[in-house]
Write a protein that binds this ligand. Structure first.
Ligand code: FES
Length: 179
């Protein structure tokens, strides 16, 4: 599951800081955990930080999350680099995460990935020149009976074929988010 697409040279130029509203939300989440167990909120806080600071986690963002949780930065790096769901460099507007674990592989995820690579003219881990799409792979996304499949944001797209992927790309490009 570890996050293999990591370019730690990408940085935020300024220290990311939550707005007072966002900090209230974050502190509300942290307060749900017992004293001394605040670190358990880390994944939820990382999601908020990613969404708040441009869709990715820079070193500066991870350091800030460590400060907010009052833990060591390395404890944040360990979590953020382990899960492929976190982006450790800037991404395109839409991130396609294609599951490539056994059940999806058996029904064609590798061919699907190749098709997306050639259609978008990028390799796994890259972003299209127009900044619209990033392609990633992921381990099992919990939709094993519906493969091959990909996740884009909060949406799952299942039983994919090359034709369906073409339609999907066109729909995302046109701004008509697929149902
Ligand atoms: S193997 Fe692909 S979703 Fe589980």
């Amino acid at each position: 599951m570890s996050n293999t697409h990591v370019d730690l040279s990408k940085r935020h130029s300024e220290k990311p800081v939550f707005s007072s509203e966002k900090m209230a939300e974050v502190q509300g989440i942290i307060s749900q955990y017992p004293e001394g167990k605040h670190k358990s909120a880390i994944i939820r806080i990382l999601h908020i930080a990613e969404e708040t600071f441009g869709g990715w986690l820079s070193i500066e963002t991870m350091d800030y999350v460590a400060e907010v949780l009052n833990i060591e930065p390395i404890e944040v790096y360990e979590v953020a680099t382990f899960y492929t769901m976190f982006n450790l460099e800037p991404t395109g507007k839409f991130v396609f995460e294609v599951c490539r674990t056994g059940p999806c592989m058996l029904v064609g995820s590798d061919q699907l990935i190749e098709h997306i690579e050639s259609t978008l003219d990028i390799k796994v881990g890259e972003t299209t020149k127009d900044g619209m799409f990033t392609l990633k792979t992921a381990e099992c996304l919990g939709a094993c009976g519906y493969g091959p499949m990909l996740q884009c944001g909060k949406k799952y797209h299942e039983h994919l074929t090359n034709e369906k992927v073409n339609e999907l790309i066109a729909a995302y490009r046109s701004g008509e988010l697929p149902k």
